[in-house]
Structures are given as C-alpha cells and as structure tokens.
Design a protein around this ligand. Structure first.
Ligand SMILES: Cc1cc2nc3c(=O)[nH]c(=O)nc-3n(C[C@H](O)[C@H](O)[C@H](O)COP(=O)(O)OP(=O)(O)OC[C@H]3O[C@@H](n4cnc5c(N)ncnc54)[C@H](O)[C@@H]3O)c2cc1C
Length: 419
C-alpha cells in the first residue's frame, strides 16, 4: 500500500469511528492497513511493537527497526560481574515478536527521518513510509575528553561491554583498585551504579581480598535507596568501598587508566566510566531533543507524541517526562503509547488518565537484593506525569527473599516484552 492510500484509509476511518474503546477493530484492515514503524527493539520498542499488534487485533502493520539480532538486557547485567549470571542468559531474540505477533522485524539502523513526508531512511538503503512513528533508541553517551570506550568500558549497555568488564575484573591484580564514575542524574536505572559498586565489592571480597572499589559520584549524594547503599558501603563492604560524592569526571587517560576529576586524579587497575547520558542519536539529530538541556525529547505524556513533530512518538530512556529512565517503566510507557497510537489512528483521543509504574531490584551481594518502586499518574493541571506519593516504596535493606523475587520480577518483565 502506498502512503496516499494509507492516508485515505485513515481519513475514512476517522470519519467512521468516534472515541472507540480498545481493542480497536479496523473494518477495512484486510484490504488496507495503517503502518506504524518502531525504531529500537529494547524494553520500550519491543513492548510497543508487540502491543500494537495485539491491541489492534493484528490490523495494524508494525515494522520494528533494530540493528542487532539479539537484545542483551542491561537489567540483571551487573550479576555478570560477580559471576551470578552469564551474558548469554540475558539475550533475547525477536523471533517471537515476528512469529507469534506478526511484527515485521527489519535488521537495520534508522539514519534519517522526514516528518513532512512521514518516511524513515535506513542504513540498508530502504526508505519506509509510516502513519505513526515510535522512537525508542535508548540513550547515547556524551563524550569525555580522553575517554576511549573500547579501553575504558562503560558496560552500561549490555552484551560485549559487560562480558569484557567481567574479564577485566578477573584479571585485576590482588590489592588493585576498581574505580568507577557515576554521571550526574538523570541516567538510566537510578540505583544501578550503586548496585554495581556492591556486586563488584562482593566479587573482590570473595576472590581478591585487599582490593578496593572507589566510587566517584558526580551527584552530591547517593541518589536513591540511600540507607541501603550506605549500609552496604559502610558495613557489608567496610574497608572495600570508598564512596566519594560530588566528584565530576573531567577527563580520562584511557591508556594509563586514570580518572581526572574535580578532586584530583585516581589511578585504577580497572577503570569503569559511565558517561553522562542523552537521548539516542536519531532523536537528537532530528531536532527532537527539545528539553531545556537539549538532552531529552519533550513529549505529551498522554500519547508520548513529540512536542516538536507531529506523528512521532518517543518512549523509553530518550523521553523527557521526568519519569525514571528504566526498563520496567519503559515497558509501561510503551503500552500507554501503543494504546494512544491506535486511538489516534482511529480518529479518537488518547486515554486521559494514564498511570505508569517503575521497579528496580538491586543485587547487593551474590544472594541478597533490595528494591525500589514508584507509580506515576497524569496530572491535567501541569500536563505532566507526577509521582503518586503513596506508591513510593523501598525495601528495608537487602535480603535473600528479595534476591529470589528479583528473578521472578525480571522474568515477568522479559516475557511481557519479548515473549
Ligand atoms: C546495570 C543496569 C541495571 C538496570 N536495572 C534495572 C532495573 O532493575 N529495573 C529497570 O526498570 N531498569 C533497569 N535498568 C535500566 C534499563 O535497562 C533501561 O532503562 C532500559 O533498557 C531502557 O529501555 P529502552 O528501550 O528505552 O532502551 P534500550 O534498552 O537501550 O534499547 C534501545 C534499542 O534501540 C536500538 N537503537 C538505537 N538507535 C537505533 C536506530 N537509530 N535505529 C534502530 N535501532 C536503534 C538499540 O540497538 C537498542 O536495542 C538497568 C540498567 C543497567 C545498565
């Protein structure tokens, strides 16, 4: 179907349908189907693609653009560092999305958008038209002078980087220093860096006594679960973890593994730099990162439609609603967005009272974990997502029961996204 006939179909559809409740039935779908393109197959994009197909009763064509055959989950990836998980256990293919739900998966990278002609250009030379476009490219890291991410790993996107950091840790000399740097918030998974400090300390405590973890935090204090991480740093890992707040990483000597900071230089045996984050390149290069800092995409939280371009929706870590940058809530945003896109395609308005929720489990050792959760509701007065105060909760410290529940929670999120 060409772009014109799809548009005409949608026009006809909008004349025929009012504020229909989901699931929407597209009467003429057997003949002509609207097309939604989703860019990025992480927690946000894969969920959106799946639920667009499910909730439209397969009457909307969904194309998922993703360069990688396997998505490696950052969630649980810190457990690779202390040997509790293998990277391969965190990999998900797109076969189920394709075979069970009929998502058309195209292995390529989106390199340019044209919001006027509603087309996406891919690295493989294809140009595809769409009625609605969903961008879910995650984050991109900002440059730091001297930082070579092949030598000084971030391991903040999963897969090879995490595997290599595990190898660097195993090769670390006894009595050495694992120096890690945390960027200023917002970054993906607020407790994640402190969790990493704990599992690395756990590994060193058991395997390399006398070694240290030095945590250089660009933030003035531990950003979340302060009591839990403070207890871990000063009790469980007393004498191993040294926490240094308010430390801005200014440059890196990637060959010598030196972190050059506002507080002086830190020589590392293993240096792990998590650079500051911004929205994925496809968002920024197309003028959609219009937050006040220029890092994130402002969207209408009812539909996740960009405030800078009609017909383009942005979900997951790239969006700038102020909700946490995390996989669980990316999955929730994707469902709000998929629902809104289907309503908009039928000429209806998005649901006016969306609620999203977030959960992070943090391994603290090889058999204990903590958790943090919060829900957000749309506030019509400020037209933004606001924390529901009563929903906010955190575990009182780490426990082995939390550790077991962490896998149940993660498996259910993985299934809801990829299976
Ligand atoms: C150590 C760690 C622990 C974490 N723990 C938790 C947790 O407990 N709970 C939680 O909720 N979250 C957690 N997170 C955060 C979570 O992993 C991220 O917030 C989540 O992955 C964001 O999902 P996303 O879909 O927005 O981005 P991503 O998962 O990064 O997916 C983006 C996808 O887009 C693709 N892409 C990018 N650009 C293009 C393009 N131009 N064309 C096509 N494809 C493109 C990429 O290849 C990638 O597959 C953790 C993160 C880390 C690092």
């Amino acid at each position: 179907m060409n772009d014109l006939s799809r548009r005409q179909f949608l026009k006809n559809l909008s004349l025929g349908l009012g504020a229909a409740a989901l699931p929407i039935s597209f009467a003429q779908a057997a003949v002509i189907r609207p097309r939604v393109i989703v860019i990025g197959g992480g927690f946000a994009g894969a969920t959106a693609a799946k639920y667009l197909r499910l909730w439209s009763n397969n009457t909307v064509d969904v194309i998922l653009i993703e360069p990688n055959a396997i998505y490696y989950s950052p969630i649980l990836s810190n457990l690779v560092l202390n040997g509790q998980r293998q990277v391969a256990q965190l990999g998900f293919k797109y076969d189920t999305l394709a075979q069970k739900y009929g998502v058309q998966v195209v292995r390529s990278t989106a390199i340019a958008l044209n919001s006027a002609s509603r087309t996406v250009k891919l690295a493989n030379g294809q140009t595809l038209g769409y009625e609605r476009l969903i961008l879910a490219p995650g984050v991109q890291f900002k440059a730091i002078p001297g930082l070579n991410s092949n030598k000084v790993l971030h391991a903040w996107k999963s897969g090879n980087q995490v595997q290599q950091l595990r190898q660097q840790l195993q090769a670390m000399p006894t009595g050495g220093s694992f120096v890690m740097s945390i960027p200023k918030a917002p970054y993906r998974c607020p407790p994640g860096p402190y969790e990493r400090a704990c599992v690395v300390a756990d590994y060193l405590k058991r395997n390399q006594p006398g070694s240290k973890v030095i945590v250089l935090d660009g933030n003035p204090d531990i950003t979340v679960e302060k009591d839990t991480f403070n207890h871990a740093f000063t009790n469980t890992y007393a004498g191993i973890v040294q926490y240094v707040p308010n430390t801005i990483l200014q440059a890196v000597d990637s060959n010598k593994k030196v972190a050059i900071t506002s507080f002086g230089d830190y020589q590392a045996s293993v240096l792990n730099v998590i650079p500051p984050h911004q929205a994925g390149g496809i968002v920024r290069k197309n003028g959609l990162a219009n937050s006040s800092t220029g890092d994130w995409a402002n969207v209408n939280p009812l539909s996740y439609e960009s405030t800078a371009a009609q017909g383009i929706h942005i979900i997951g870590d790239s969006q700038g609603t102020g909700q946490p940058k995390a996989g669980h809530i990316a999955n929730a945003e994707a469902k709000v967005c998929a629902d809104a896109v289907l309503r908009l395609l039928s000429g209806a308005q998005p649901f006016q009272s969306p609620v999203t929720n977030s959960a992070c489990y943090s391994p603290i050792s090889a058999d204990t974990a903590s958790w943090l959760t919060a829900a957000f509701a749309y506030d019509p007065a400020s037209q933004s997502m606001q924390l529901i105060p009563a929903s906010f909760g955190a575990s009182s410290g780490a426990s082995s029961s939390n550790y077991r529940k962490m896998f149940e929670w993660a498996n259910s999120l993985f299934s809801d996204t990829f299976a």
